[in-house]
Design a protein around this ligand. Structure first.
Ligand SMILES: [Zn+2]
Length: 49
């Protein structure tokens, strides 16, 4: 299981259709909405540093 970086939900990486690659890391999302939120600003959600 993976964690949705936008909303914090646990996501089954084998089932979800909503994935995004950023700097060599694949992120998994619970919904298209979370994916598009991430895609707009990946550093805010995927790379909090
Ligand atoms: Zn989500």
């Amino acid at each position: 299981m993976q964690k949705d970086p936008v909303c914090g939900m646990t996501v089954d990486e084998k089932k979800t259709k909503f994935t995004s690659e950023h700097e060599g890391t694949t992120f998994y999302f619970c919904s298209a909405n979370c994916k598009s939120t991430f895609d707009k600003d990946p550093h805010r959600h995927g790379h909090p540093k």
